[in-house]
Ligand binder design. Sequence first.
Ligand code: HEM
Ligand SMILES: *[C@@H]1O[C@H](CO)[C@@H](O)[C@H](O)[C@H]1NC(C)=O
Ligand SMILES: *[C@@H]1O[C@H](CO)[C@@H](O)[C@H](O)[C@H]1NC(C)=O
Ligand SMILES: *[C@@H]1O[C@H](CO)[C@@H](O)[C@H](O)[C@H]1NC(C)=O
Length: 277
Amino acid sequence: MGLPLIMGVFFNEILFGFIYLSFVGFVLKGCDGSVLLNSTANNQAEKDGPPNISLHAFYVIDHAKKALEAVCPGTVSCADIVALAARDAVHLSGGPTWVVPKGRKDGRISRASETRQLAAPTSNISQLQQSFSQRGLSMEDLVALSGGHTLGFAHCSSFQNRIHNFATTQDVDPSMHKSFAASLRSVCPMHNKVRSAGANLDSTPTTFDNRYYKLLLDGKSIFTSDQALLTNPTTNTLVKKFADSREEFEKAFVESMIKMSSITGGQEVRLNCRFVN
Ligand code: HEM
Ligand SMILES: *[C@@H]1O[C@H](CO)[C@@H](O)[C@H](O)[C@H]1NC(C)=O
Ligand SMILES: *[C@@H]1O[C@H](CO)[C@@H](O)[C@H](O)[C@H]1NC(C)=O
Ligand SMILES: *[C@@H]1O[C@H](CO)[C@@H](O)[C@H](O)[C@H]1NC(C)=O
């Protein structure tokens, strides 16, 4: 229940929003659905903090929640809905599927300021490692989960650090493939005025495959945090392994998604995902 409803809405924007949401949600508070909460008069919620998550994804979660409440009141948490939606979004894009451990509870606190704990797209390898290890995730989890960037889209603001004023002597990140960087600069000029402008995260952005790793080895990744995976011997070796084998990537991705979504911390089954009970 709930899942056919989600699957009925087959818009990539929404699907990939779920996957990103499952990551953003976990990093902030453990998978407690706090990322879904609306701001209130005296609290700015995570949702309204720095990383922009597709608003449409929130509406679909609301619909699934409504359908579930009609059938099994107070039973399925918003955090479980997000974890299931992310799993289905991956599978619908041609990726693997897996059994999501259920029974998460939703949290009662959501603060915009805490989104700062998220690894940023400008993070280097030590910052990524720190952010992941604080939550019990390894370097292998980091490399496998970054493969989520086989799907979806990023706005110019998320990667402009690499294509304008990168360093005092270089305008563009020298680790980027030259013509790839030039094409990003043409869609994202220095003073970009087009709010929706940006780039796909890989060249097959609606297919869940291992292309992301191949492009990464070619200097064609979008974020500094992607490129950073090549700067450490352990993560570099894993990037090569996943570029060589889609099977190895999928196996590791599933393991890490399950691990990521097992980190919990909530207290209740929220009745409306946007508000605490
Ligand atoms: C390693 C640290 C990570 C960083 C720094 C990061 C950063 C980002 C940023 C900045 C965006 C684009 C936001 C925008 O410009 O609109 C994005 C998009 C995305 N991320 Fe990540 N991410 C990370 C890990 C993950 C993980 C673990 C997953 C899932 C397994 C994931 C899945 C996605 C997806 C699917 C999108 C596309 C969303 C869409 O098209 O709406 N990311 N990420
Ligand atoms: C929650 O916030 C969104 C925008 O931030 C708004 O459109 C929506 O109406 C709010 N939901 C409720 C139920 O107040
Ligand atoms: C990553 O960035 C931090 C903060 O700027 C810096 O202290 C650290 O040395 C950097 N690490 C690497 C590996 O570049
Ligand atoms: C997020 O939205 C804000 C304002 O709505 C915008 O200034 C910022 O550039 C956006 N960031 C991303 C990563 O899209």
